[in-house]
Design a protein around this ligand. Structure first.
Ligand SMILES: Cc1cc2nc3c(=O)[nH]c(=O)nc-3n(C[C@H](O)[C@H](O)[C@H](O)COP(=O)(O)OP(=O)(O)OC[C@H]3O[C@@H](n4cnc5c(N)ncnc54)[C@H](O)[C@@H]3O)c2cc1C
Length: 227
């Protein structure tokens, strides 16, 4: 950890982490793996990341398991995006500036093995769910993953195939051809089921509306907005 003093009254800690590996899952989506060292996190939290010395940094959910000695984030390159484009051009050995972890989008530790969880995420919004599933083997979950193309079903082998349901809006390569909001109304609710939703704000809004119409109380709904 590097300590910088810009002004005698402020001490800023910058965690510099070396990139160990970059794994491309599609042309524009990739997993960045970097050293974990002193970072203690709970699955579902995010870190703030940027290339060393860059002006801007952005939030990224942690994709890897609590058990790993490294941290991974799943990044989608945004067209004309500032930080995602810079991260795409990084190479193993380069340094990142990493702050965190932050956030309360997490599972209640005492309840994990006694509850049913329904996860709804679009695109890279699958990332915190990947961290849940790889951190807590054997808990009861269902994932609706909203994607454009079946190739965006990132590392689907990491999920139980009976529990991972890709909702594909283009093509007909899934049992669920359409958007998550097309299938959610008919999916049976259960009284103790908890809903976790992650992705863009429009999808979150539509999903919450459907859940409210199904009679799901707000205490059972948890959200993480990406943009
Ligand atoms: C808590 C939190 C966790 C996040 N976790 C992830 C994550 O795990 N993986 C990930 O890829 N992103 C994640 N994001 C989004 C991420 O922080 C950046 O916004 C994203 O990488 C774009 O940054 P940029 O600098 O490249 O684009 P910018 O130059 O900041 O913005 C470009 C434009 O693209 C829009 N935009 C932002 N994200 C997307 C997107 N995914 N698809 C389409 N348009 C977008 C913005 O609204 C903006 O208008 C998360 C955001 C938050 C708040």
């Amino acid at each position: 950890m590097e300590k910088t003093i810009n002004n005698p009254n402020t001490i800023k800690y910058i965690n510099q982490k070396k990139i160990r590996e970059i794994r491309f899952l599609t042309k524009s989506a990739f997993v960045l793996r970097f050293d974990r060292d002193n970072i203690q996190f709970v699955a579902g939290q995010h870190v703030i990341v940027g290339p060393k010395g860059a002006l801007n940094q952005r939030e990224y959910s942690i994709y890897s398991s609590e058990k790993n000695d490294y941290i991974e984030i799943l990044v989608k390159e945004v067209i004309n995006g500032n930080v995602s484009l810079q991260l795409r051009n990084c190479k193993p050995g380069d340094l990142l500036e990493v702050n965190g972890p932050f956030g309360s989008f997490r599972l209640e530790q005492k309840e994990i093995y006694f509850r049913k969880y329904f996860f709804i995420g679009t695109g890279t919004g699958i990332s915190p769910f990947h961290s849940f599933v790889t951190s807590y083997p054997g808990f009861d979950y269902t994932i609706f993953h909203g994607i454009r193309d079946i190739n965006d079903a990132y590392e689907k082998h990491d999920y139980d195939p009976k529990r991972y349901l890709p909702c594909v809006s283009r093509g007909n390569k899934s049992k669920y051809n359409g958007r998550v909001t097309d299938f959610l109304p008919d999916y049976p609710d259960e009284p103790d089921m908890l809903y976790y939703i992650c992705g863009n704000s429009n999808m979150l809004y539509d999903v919450c509306k459907i859940l409210r119409n199904k009679g799901v109380q707000s205490e059972r709904i948890f959200t993480e907005v990406y943009f």
